[in-house]
Design a protein around this ligand. Structure first.
Ligand SMILES: Cc1cc2nc3c(=O)[nH]c(=O)nc-3n(C[C@H](O)[C@H](O)[C@H](O)COP(=O)(O)O)c2cc1C
Length: 186
């Protein structure tokens, strides 16, 4: 059975560069044989994670079901003020609801991490933050993370880029998630 990878990310802007980067990584995983499902952009715009009620929006429930069913995860966030966007962090906060699930949080899961910002400094600090959060959720960030400087790397409407280095890094992140998930399934 194919490895099931959930790819989440993007900004509130339809067709954002962080969403395009996610899709390049997703294609890398598909090329390695994985089945990739996407939850992107405004579909990740959940109410602030609320510890005082078990009520969750339909979109948040779908997100949690998809996370619980996934063998691996790819996360792509824009760099906002040196860290991941509030929308992506809030979505990741919802994984708290999986604390008592069959798999605690993201225990043992491979996570590919992608940061997209308009300067190198924020790409680096944001990538580190995704990795730290993935560790806190008991996941295994893949050896390669991708940093995309959107002032240099441009994506066309069809989601491709002429930046061969960026494309190769993103596809490698996707492939590494597939590879690790395959190993950990054995
Ligand atoms: C609220 C906000 C804060 C941002 N902060 C930074 C920053 O600290 N450093 C940086 O390089 N880019 C910063 N940016 C630019 C984004 O990282 C950049 O637009 C990137 O391409 C991701 O946006 P997109 O996925 O919507 O295309 C910021 C953008 C916004 C909207």
């Amino acid at each position: 059975m194919a490895i099931n990878i959930l790819a989440i990310g993007g900004s509130t802007r339809p067709g954002s560069s962080s969403e395009q980067a996610l899709r390049v990584a997703g294609r890398g995983a598909e090329g390695a044989g994985a089945k990739v499902t996407y939850i992107t952009g405004r579909d990740l715009m959940f109410p602030i994670y609320d510890t005082e009620t078990p009520d969750r929006s339909d979109n948040a429930k779908k997100f949690l079901e998809a996370v619980a069913a996934a063998d691996g995860l790819i996360i792509s966030t824009p760099g906002y003020h040196g860290g991941m966007s509030g929308m992506i962090k809030n979505a990741l906060d919802y994984i708290e609801d999986l604390r008592e699930g069959p798999r605690v949080y993201l225990d043992g899961m491979a996570v590919g991490c992608i940061s997209v910002a308009y300067g190198w400094q924020a790409t680096a600090t944001t990538l580190l933050q995704i990795r730290v959060v993935a560790h806190a959720l008991r996941a295994w960030p893949t050896p390669l993370g991708a940093t995309i400087n959107a002032s240099i790397t441009k994506f066309s409407a069809d989601g491709t880029t002429d930046d061969e280095g960026a494309r190769s890094n993103l596809e490698t992140v996707g492939r590494q998630v597939e590879q690790f998930a395959t190993w950990s399934r054995k």
